[in-house]
Design a protein. Structure first.
Lengths: 112, 119
């Protein structure tokens, strides 16, 4: 039921940067609803990485940044580290689905 | 900072009801700033929002699960609960509870409970 589309995988060498896109529509991101990002390490619960499009919770390094434009949002990771290998999910709200919170399809980041 | 601790069985028979509880510590479940949510992750798949409940009992559900789900809150125990009726093998998943700030982001999350549905 994912209405937010992410690339299945992205990869980069240590120290490099990657960007993960999150594409929605006029009933979610395009309607002005905020986008949030989570990182899920293998075998653990997701952890909030970015909230309200661009904000980092306390403890999240500034290597992580978020942006939003039109019907899409992006998560950028700079200075890739081995510990960044994980699954990343975007999340927003969709007005066409009766109060539904919606997640992206998820992206696996591989550090080469 | 609230912490969430999940409890409940890891095995449920098909056609029966899946029941999980999430206990909130270091914070009150009656805070007006939060909803309390359940999210699941099917094996090898992404995240699926099940529903969110306010301390008053007012709840929002994923339309695809709405017919079978009930969320509730026990303010005396600082707990909230999930009941999913008539489960099938397709409901086998890791179930997470989480605190939802307003109607926005989820943080923190519970540790997750793998629930398998047996035939």
């Amino acid at each position: 039921q994912s209405v937010l589309t992410q690339p299945p995988s992205v990869s980069g060498a240590p120290g490099q940067g990657v960007t993960i896109s999150c594409t929605g529509s006029d009933s979610n991101i395009g309607a002005g609803y905020d986008v949030h990002w989570y990182r899920q390490l293998p075998g653990t619960a997701p952890r909030l990485l970015i909230y309200d499009n661009t904000n980092r919770p306390s403890g999240v390094p500034d290597r992580f940044s978020g942006s939003k434009s039109g019907t899409s949002a992006s998560l950028a990771i700079t200075g890739l580290q081995a510990e960044d290998e994980a699954d990343y999910y975007c999340q927003s709200f969709d007005s066409s689905l009766s109060g539904s919170r919606v997640f992206g399809t998820g992206t696996t980041v591989t550090v080469l | 900072q609230s912490q969430l601790q999940q409890s409940g069985p890891g095995l449920v028979r098909a056609s029966e009801t899946l029941s999980l509880t999430c206990t909130v510590s270091a914070g009150s479940i009656t805070s007006r700033s939060y909803h309390w949510a359940w999210i699941r992750q099917l094996p090898g798949k992404g995240l699926e929002w099940i529903g969110s409940v306010y301390y008053s009992g007012s709840a929002y559900y994923n339309p695809s699960l709405k017919r079978r789900v009930t969320l509730s809150v026990d303010t005396s125990k600082n707990q909230f609960s999930l009941k999913l009726r008539s489960v099938t093998a397709a409901d086998t998943a890791i179930y997470f509870c989480a605190r939802e700030t307003g109607v926005t982001w989820f943080d923190p999350w519970g540790q997750g409970t793998l629930v398998s549905v047996s035939s």
